[in-house]
Design a protein around this ligand. Structure first.
Ligand code: 3PG
Length: 397
């Protein structure tokens, strides 16, 4: 696919799709990571003589103007990250957008209002996409984390203007290719989260691609049930036990080693600081629930990780949001960080919970790459085509 390097941006208004769907509390941005990550692209477009006009969605206003979902509230954080004023357009098409774009000069940067205030955005409507396209002379997509949506600003626009990937999009795709497309083997995937049912496509796809599959979090309990192990009051999808068994059989045939907990941390209450104990995996009391993996599980995981060259991580190992049930997640994260620092492991992680867990463990900075994407990262790991990426690839063919 084209990147900024392949495009002539000089003197052009460059419609630049970014992801500004960031957490906001009382009108203030509480985590500016996604905003900071688009700075190189904006600066690069400016350095090439282009004027970036940013397009983005915020939340899910469902085609209507909802003031609490205005991108205006993101402007101060964006200005801080870019170190320059940002001109704001009250609508992303029509009069306000046209007037704003007409007023721009070299060195400026502008942001247009939430694309999802228009129904045409999510419908990928061609008239709406054409109204966006009429504003600029080139299109750069830097929103990997929204690339699983076939919307006008993530997909349709790429068909109407000379198109290419921004720096963040490029970095995300390179990192994911290094982890799953063309990785150094052996490859380990760590998959956690509450339910097998929501991660079935993911597990199936990974079985064909990785050498070690570590299953953590609530979904591990379903696998334990499938092995005939009692899990007391733990979260488990008993109706998914057959599926879990089928996954284990497929793994065995294909040479993928599945790692399940060998010891567990159990408690009777789901709350921070609850009384807890470490037990062998098959000794969960009937009135207790499994909230984390135990130290032997972590030691075994670490041992296996030492033999791997690539790690891809989605989902925590336990109830990491309440202490002390964050221990397995922290210890596994620290092991991965240490091996990465020694250049023995390429480590890639993504997904909102996962990134929060790695930040909490204080090791996110040591990973080879942390994706800014939630849903898009998961769909990519599932082996699905992302429309926002596919259209950029097609543009070159
Ligand atoms: C995200 O936050 O993961 C992306 O911005 C996509 O948002 P959406 O799930 O509302 O499409």
């Amino acid at each position: 696919f084209n990147t900024i390097d392949d495009m002539n941006l000089d003197g052009k208004i460059v419609l630049t799709r970014v992801d500004l769907n960031v957490p906001v509390e009382n009108g203030r941005v509480t985590d500016a990571t996604r905003i900071e990550k688009i700075v190189p692209t904006v600066k690069d477009i400016q350095a090439r003589g282009g004027i970036p006009v940013l397009l983005a969605h915020f939340d899910r206003p469902k085609g209507k103007r909802v003031e609490s979902m205005s991108l205006k509230q993101i402007v101060p954080a964006l200005e801080e990250a870019l170190g320059q004023p940002v001109k704001f357009g009250d609508d992303c098409i029509g009069g306000p957008a046209k007037r704003l774009v007409a007023s721009l000069e070299a060195g400026d940067v502008a942001l247009l209002e939430n694309t999802r205030f228009h129904e045409g955005e999510e419908k990928n409507d061609s008239t709406f996409a054409a109204s966006l396209a009429a504003l600029g002379g080139a299109y750069v997509n830097d929103a990997f984390s929204a690339a699983h949506r076939a919307h006008a600003s993530t997909e349709g626009l790429a068909r109407l203007l000379p198109a290419g990937a921004g720096r963040l999009m490029e970095a995300e795709l390179k990192a994911l290719d290094a982890a799953l497309g063309n990785p150094q083997r052996p490859v380990m995937a760590v998959v956690g989260g509450a339910k097998v049912s929501t991660k079935l496509d993911l597990l199936m796809n990974l079985l064909d691609r990785v050498d070690h599959l570590v299953i953590g979090g609530g979904m591990a309990n379903t696998f334990l049930v499938a092995r005939g192990i009692e899990v007391g009051k733990s979260l488990a999808e008993r109706d998914m036990a057959d599926t879990a068994r089928a996954i284990m059989e497929k793994a065995e045939k294909g040479g993928c080693t599945i790692h399940l907990p060998v010891d567990i941390v159990v408690a009777r209450e789901f709350k921070a600081g609850a009384d807890n104990e470490v037990l062998p995996v098959d000794q969960c009391p009937a009135d207790a629930m499994i909230l984390d993996a135990g130290p032997d599980t972590v030691a075994a995981l670490r041992g296996a990780m030492e033999h791997c060259r690539t790690l891809i991580w989605n989902g925590p190992m336990g109830a990491f949001e309440i202490e002390p049930f964050d221990r397995a997640t922290n210890a596994a994260a620290q092991a991965a960080a240490e091996l990465t620092r020694k250049d023995e492991l390429v480590s890639v992680a993504g997904g909102g919970d996962t990134v929060a867990a790695l930040n909490k463990a204080g090791v996110a900075g040591d990973f080879t790459f942390i994706s800014t994407a939630g849903g898009a990262f998961l769909e990519w790991m599932e082996g699905k085509d992302l429309p926002g990426v596919a259209v950029l690839e097609a543009a070159v063919d």
